[in-house]
Design a protein around this ligand. Sequence first.
Ligand code: EZ4
Ligand code: CO
Length: 402
Amino acid sequence: MKIIDAKVIVCSPGRNFVTLKIVTDDGLVGWGDATLNGRELSVASYLKDHVAPCLIGRDPHQIEDIWQYLYKGAYWRRGPVTMTAIAAVDMALWDIKAKVANLPLYQLLGGKSRAGCLVYGHANGASIDDTIEAVERHLEEGFKAIRVQTGVPGLAKVYGVGQPNGFYEPATKGLPQESIWSTDKYIQHMPKLFEALRDRFGPDLPLLHDVHHRLTPIEAARLGKMLEPYHLFWMEDATPAENQDAFRLIRQHTTTPLAVGEVFNCIWDCKTLIENQLIDYIRTSVTHTGGISHMRKIAALAELYQVRTGSHGPTDVSPICMGAALHFDISIPNFGIQEYMAHEPLVNEVFPNSYRFENGYMVPGDEPGHGVTMDEALAARYPYDPAYLPIARLEDGTLWNW
Ligand code: EZ4
Ligand code: CO
């Protein structure tokens, strides 16, 4: 069998997605997600101009060799654009291999290690009362674990806190919007939110929180300590992790579980954190971290240190990523939880899929492959529409982490 075509499709059914379609001489099609929020066209070009020509004529069964060829062979290693492009190829090739085997992909990854994948939804509100209502809505929908974000008094806009309907969109049309951030205001307010949530919902409900890299290590240590009475499932992205040792400082001070990794793109970004048990959950995603093949290596490394996975799963990765992620999640031994932000109905029409949300868990479909395809004709009606993630500044105008 040979690869005869590798086509890159950019569309915007409400938000931008980059998709790779690999076609074989047997007429099989494999789909990969290559969406890198706010930098979509860089990955599209990387794939179209530099990767696709090298794929034609290769045997799609040689997934590992093609992965190494694209990684080592390029000379230039790592980075979000490269690793997202490789991920899309990898996902599409696993899709093809599973279709040849006539099996759902998880069967090729070792079979099911659990009945379903625990997911967490996003509850957010401008005030603590609104946030409590959003949690109630999620419980009614069946969620068994919930991420909570809330507005901060004195700050006009906080990322992750959406419109009155409760949803937030990770990117907005046009150039990046700017908002003002105050660590002091935020840190003072968060314990009030979690105290109110525990009063209302009791001790059992798994609650997660995303700090979006806004704190310094010592500030994160302080917040983690302040939140200990409310025993979070995790505190996410407490501080930027380019310097992985920063997490040592947080770890010395708090038993609040730590999760990080949605902006990581390879196993080297995770190595120090995992080997030193500085985190509890690794949040790399299939789309941004080299695909299923590379994610399995990260999971295997993490398994040695009792670190579990908690893959990034926002609306800015396509349903193809979600589908592939669920096959990965259900098969690995050290799965922890999966983020799940439901896509708009139109997105699910453009990317028909068979995964299901059932009573707080998600399960991949059972048809051959990863179970997600694309309606190219429908996608063509929604051309690329530039959008960016917002930017945070401190009150004095200093550009800040997020
Ligand atoms: O900010 O996906 O945990 N989820 C998140 C997301 C990310 C966006 C970035 O593109 O933090 O909302
Ligand atoms: Co996050």
